[in-house]
Design a protein around this ligand. Structure first.
Ligand SMILES: Nc1ncnc2c1ncn2[C@@H]1O[C@H](COP(=O)(O)OP(=O)(O)O)[C@@H](O)[C@H]1O
Ligand SMILES: [Mg+2]
Length: 481
């Protein structure tokens, strides 16, 4: 076991008092006793629904080396044969440890925020930077008040690059997180109507995203998407926050890291770029022009972090679409195969438009049709109804033949389309994904291309599973591309 933190380092970073004999060190950190690996330190974090203090015994059973618990809850924990570090506030102690991880590292640190594309860009960066050195990247979408400190505190003592995702639902949330991460490069992928809930306008969202720049290290670089409507506002905020350099990526002539040409295909795009004077061509094996934007942003960040640019460009060939974020599957053989585009992980207006564009670019078989299965986009606040109705435009533009809808919010779109020319493609609206499953399965025929997308809470992943089980049982599905 490589030692992430020694017992002494833990006490020095977090303070608190030890109960029992602390181990010489811990191999990792966990906040979830279900996934805890033997030898890890368990943090008993209190969340919205569950309190880690109720799982300390479970963590001990799973082989935890020790647990960090709160003084005020010590009495409620049954006597346990595991050393404890008792602190005032467990989450604050995790932040202390994160700060210590940041202080001890020589790694180049990149932080990514944006309304869509954070996790994708972060994962791409992990692959591109790995061609140059060792990389620590946050797990999944660990981007909030516990995800960021946990990811940072998990950074090994010797790595060359650290990549972190920072998210937000409200103004002010990014500031403490970026100050913890202290990035050398802070990037904003996109400003769009995701989580409009807490905001009046896109300007407000742009300002909230721009908070990421206030954590920049001295001499650090702000990296913005020059194709984003709010890029000037972001650039001004970055300068106001003291960013030494403000650089851009995108197709815009103002971008230093520039997309020169894109030839989109079903299984990816052929891309020509000029990366701050370094011209290159590569094939990106991930479909969607939004993915070209993400990869060029990732190449820009990698280059600014000191990675070998030629190696990073070569590594773009290893990228793959991720489950729920555009992964395409071919179910069956030849012209009769059904193609499935799995976008079930997330949805907001920008990512809906991007995914519909991918559907438009995917050719059905001879008798097949383009089918879109769309569900609610959550957390859009007062603009929600309008933003759902406005999906008609990208749906029409994509040439969707059959439109299946599920969820209470997207009912607004169904009603609107019943009154318009869009009526001809509307197959039906259902309250839930469950209710939609049977009629959808009955509708699918050989050669169809189906794109499935909704916010994660709608559980459209179950529809993806159902279609796969039906048309490619026994794991006969192949990943496209
Ligand atoms: N640059 C982009 N523009 C629009 N949509 C995007 C972009 N990048 C990714 N998406 C879409 O947004 C959804 C979420 O992607 P993800 O990378 O998980 O974003 P985040 O971590 O910001 O939530 C996916 O459906 C993906 O296809
Ligand atoms: Mg994410």
């Amino acid at each position: 076991m490589t030692m992430l933190w020694t017992g002494d380092e833990l006490m020095a970073a977090m303070g608190g008092r030890a109960v029992g004999d602390l181990p010489g060190g811990v191999g990792g950190l966990s906040i979830d006793s279900r996934t805890l690996a033997s030898g890890e330190l368990f943090f008993a974090i209190a969340g919205d629904r569950l309190d880690g203090h109720d799982y300390v015994q479970h963590a001990a059973d799973a082989g935890a080396a020790a647990a960090v618990v709160s003084e005020s809850k010590l009495d409620s924990i049954d006597p346990i044969k595991m050393p404890l570090i008792v602190v005032d506030d467990v989450l604050a102690s995790l932040r202390d440890l994160a700060r210590a991880a940041r202080a001890r590292t020589d790694a180049r640190i990149i932080a990514v925020t944006g309304s869509a594309g954070k996790t994708t860009t972060k994962s791409m960066l992990a692959t591109l930077l790995s061609a140059t050195g060792s990389v620590h990247a946050a797990e999944r979408s660990f981007n909030n008040h516990w995800g960021v400190p946990l990811s940072l505190a998990r950074m090994p003592r010797d790595c060359d690059f650290g990549v972190f995702e920072i998210g937000m639902n409200h103004a002010g949330e990014i500031t403490p997180l970026t100050k913890l991460v202290r990035p050398h490069i802070a990037m904003v992928t996109l400003v769009a109507a995701a989580h409009l809930g807490a905001f009046d306008s896109l300007d407000g969202i742009a300002d909230a995203k721009a908070e990421i720049f206030c954590g920049l290290e001295g001499g650090g670089t702000a990296l913005i998407n020059r194709d984003d409507e709010r890029c000037e506002q972001l650039a001004a905020s970055a300068r106001a926050a003291g960013a030494e350099n403000v650089l851009g990526y995108g197709a815009s002539a103002d971008a230093q890291f520039r997309i020169i040409e894109v030839h989109p295909g079903e299984e990816g795009s052929a891309v020509a770029v000029d990366l701050d004077g370094h011209a290159a061509d590569f094939d990106l094996p991930v479909p969607g022009t939004h993915m070209v934007s993400n990869v060029v942003g990732a190449l820009a960040a990698a280059s600014l972090a000191g990675a070998d640019l030629d190696k990073a460009i070569a590594a773009t060939g290893q990228l793959r679409p991720e489950a729920g974020r555009g992964r395409a599957m071919v179910l069956g053989e030849g012209a009769a195969a059904v193609r499935l585009i799995d976008e079930s992980y997330n949805a907001n207006p920008a990512s809906m438009a991007a995914a519909l564009e991918v559907l438009a670019g995917t050719a059905p078989g001879p008798d097949g049709r383009r089918i879109a299965v769309l569900g609610d986009m959550l957390e859009l606040g007062t603009a929600s109804e309008r933003l759902h109705r406005e999906l008609e435009e990208p749906i029409t533009r994509a040439g969707v033949d059959r439109l299946w809808l599920a969820g209470p919010l997207i009912a607004a779109l169904a009603q609107q389309m019943e009154r318009s020319a869009g009526r001809s493609c509307l197959a039906g609206h259902f309250a839930t994904a469950d209710a939609l499953r049977a009629p959808l399965l009955a509708d699918i025929r050989p050669g169809d291309v189906i794109m499935i997308k909704a916010s994660n809470g709608l559980n459209f992943a179950a529809l993806v599973d159902a279609i796969r089980d039906r048309f490619a049982p026994q794991g006969a599905a192949r990943n496209a591309g």
